[in-house]
Design a protein around this ligand. Sequence first.
Ligand SMILES: [Zn+2]
Length: 187
Amino acid sequence: MKSPWTIAAALLLLLSAGTGCEPERRAAKAASCAGGAWTAPGDDTMTYAIEKTDEEWKRELTPEQYAVTRLKGTEPPWSGALLHNKEDGTYRCVACGEVLFSSKDKFDSGSGWPSFTRTAGTAGVREIADRSLGMRRTEVVCDRCGAHLGHVFDDGPAPTGLRYCINSTALSFEKAPEATERRRANE
Ligand SMILES: [Zn+2]
């Protein structure tokens, strides 16, 4: 009998087949954000400050979070809870809480996945060459725990020209306290 984990992972990977991270207006051959790199090169030689067993991650994460962050799955486009989030705040790694992205750098790429023009700082995000699915892409993982986040492409807006295409499932959002207080004061 299949466990819910296996089913969730299979579902996410099935759904990711044929989906891309390319904005709808772009050509179909554009770089894809789809996951599926079950054996990304270099993964087993990478070390992270936080390392846990699969069993531990399964206990701490939802099946969807596990499938994306540990199995390199891709959520279906337009499905992410944080896709249309426009609040001021910080995007953290859903697995370990590391600060990854700021709302200041989020933009609407039209791809169906949350997109950022840069990371929140020098630490936080690690970039790895990814040749899965017959494509050359750069995978983005959490620098602290190795959680798969998405991919980065060089077709983003100025000033960086970068587009970090990130699974909403891999992120948790922390509202900026000042923004919350300001809103309360205005109510
Ligand atoms: Zn992490």
